[in-house]
Design a protein around this ligand. Structure first.
Ligand code: NAD
Length: 470
């Protein structure tokens, strides 16, 4: 067992409560760590508030240097972080290594970003400038599917723009984020970055606290609603990246054999536990059987097992509660469709389920209308493109969507009609630091990444000068 202290006011500290972290591939308690109680949440908020006065005046270059040092230190320990991530989260080691790389890329992107003063008017009579000021204390709360990367892509824009930051990882995957505490302690002045974990029970303190100016949250829609409600008392700024039930629409002109690997990869990455995974696939009747067949072949060839083992392409579901939830969706799929591949939960230990393709299923059941957040892809037959678009849009979610066709113009026209934050063509799930990302409808509020995402960590401050003297 290692010690995974938290970071509060520049000190590496143990929590006042204990927390077991379970390896989802073995179901064994893999680390026993400590987590914060209410008083330590209060200490972290007070530390961040105390550090803000100074940090907001620190020049941009110093903030940039700090972020670049963080990325360098994280990159230097890629192997250590990747192995730890696979142990706590379950994903195959190659995917964990990629997550560490993405985390560094996000930090470095924000490290070179600018917050220029914009001039709206400058003539003989007046000058109007728009400045971007930090908000104060920002709290970042992240889910268990990509805890390290999501933590990093909230930390970097927050501190670059002069805010101080509290990062709270989820209770089932706290370790990689806590491991950042040691690095951050050496880089940032005390109180600028604080890292605390709970037992999934104290996030409401951050959402409601009068000294927290903004919550940047990624997680489920029900939790997002609770945060919005708790934050209303202080009119906190919010960025909410929430659930999704992304539809993909496949037009009849594609070759099922050629297109299947790309569709499969975007539906089943990280065992389907990705907010912007392809979660409902609408396929034209002319190619339906062939595409189902190709996807099923890929599902049958997946190597399911412990992500640390060579050759494994498919890890476990991350935690027991999610494992049980996914089995409910599997039962619904069996009731309302036909299992074309997979459909089996493997004997334990480990929360393993084979990637599952469901055919002859349609809208109106849980596995199509809701977000399983696991390795199940329902494939739905359609006749007319208008009908497919209508069904794709008939959802409370609106995170992403995709259109697959060799006719780019036609695909573009369909993509424009999707009600979501991102429409992809001939791909899905492609995201990165330079492209704004956000959800429509109940998939969220606000945008992350790129300049638009950075600006969400700032307050508009207009300086309006009359060029007259008295
Ligand atoms: P979750 O909502 O259960 O938990 C996310 C985080 O919120 C955890 O850190 C948890 O401790 C914290 N939390 C729980 N209750 C809280 C409360 N009342 N106040 C404040 N914080 C609280 O989500 P999850 O199960 O960890 O993640 C899966 C969900 O996240 C899926 O719906 C998925 O689609 C979504 N997700 C969305 C995105 C996106 O960018 N839109 C990315 C990843 C995951």
């Amino acid at each position: 067992m290692q010690s995974f202290p938290m970071l509060i006011n520049g000190e590496l500290v143990q929590g006042n409560r204990s927390l077991n972290v379970i390896n989802p591939a073995t179901e064994e308690v893999f680390q026993q760590i400590t987590c914060a109680d209410e008083s330590q949440f209060e200490q972290a908020i007070a530390a961040a508030k105390g550090a803000f006065a100074q940090w907001q005046t620190v020049d941009m270059q110093t903030r940039r240097d700090s972020l670049n040092k963080l990325a360098d230190a994280l990159e230097a320990q890629t192997g250590v972080f990747a192995e730890l991530l696979t142990q706590e989260q379950g994903k195959p080691l190659a995917e964990s290594t990629a997550e560490v790389g993405f985390s560094c890329a996000f930090i470095r992107y924000f490290a070179q970003s600018e917050l220029p003063i914009e001039t709206y008017q400058d003539d003989e009579t007046s000058k109007v400038e728009l400045h971007r000021k930090p908000l104060g204390v920002v709290a970042g709360m992240v889910p268990w599917n990509f805890p390290l990367m999501i933590g990093c892509f909230k930390l970097a824009p927050a501190v670059l723009s002069g805010n101080t930051f509290i990062l709270k990882p989820p209770a089932t995957t706290p370790l990689c984020v806590l491991k950042l505490a040691d690095i951050c302690q050496q880089i940032f002045p005390k109180g600028v970055v604080n890292i605390i974990t709970d037992n999934n029970d104290l996030g409401h303190i951050l959402s409601a606290h009068p000294d927290v100016a903004k919550v940047a949250f990624t997680g489920s829609t029900p939790t997002g609603k609770k945060i919005m409600s708790a934050a209303s008392g202080t009119l906190k700024r919010l960025t909410l990246e929430l659930g999704g039930n992304d539809a993909g629409i496949v037009l009849p002109d594609v070759d099922p054999k050629k297109i299947a690997p790309a569709i499969f990869a975007t539906a089943f990455m990280n065992c389907g536990q990705v907010c912007i995974a392809l979660k409902r696939l609408y396929v034209h009747e002319d190619i339906y059987d062939d595409l189902v067949h190709e996807l099923s072949e890929l599902a049958n060839s997946a190597v399911v097992g412990n992500g640390l083992h060579d050759g494994v392409t498919f890890g476990p579901i991350q935690n027991k509660a999610q494992f049980i939830k996914v089995q409910e969706y599997l039962a619904d799929a069996k009731d309302n469709g036909v299992i074309a591949a997979g459909g089996e939960v493997l004997d334990g230990p480990g929360f393993f389920m084979r990637p599952t393709i469901v055919r002859d299923v349609t809208d109106g059941c849980k596995v199509v209308d809701e977000e399983p957040f696991g390795p199940i892809l329902p494939v739905i037959k359609y006749k007319s493109i208008d009908d497919a678009v209508e069904r794709a849009n008939n959802s409370v979610f609106g995170l992403g969507g995709s259109v697959w066709s060799n006719d780019f113009d036609k695909a573009y026209e369909v993509a424009k009609r999707l009600e979501c934050g991102t429409s992809w063509i001939n791909q899905h799930l492609n995201f990165g630091p330079t492209v704004p990302f956000g959800g429509a409808k109940e998939s969220g509020i606000g945008v992350e990444f790129a300049q638009e995402g950075l600006l969400e960590y700032t307050q508009v401050h207009v300086i309006n000068i009359a060029k007259q003297t008295f």
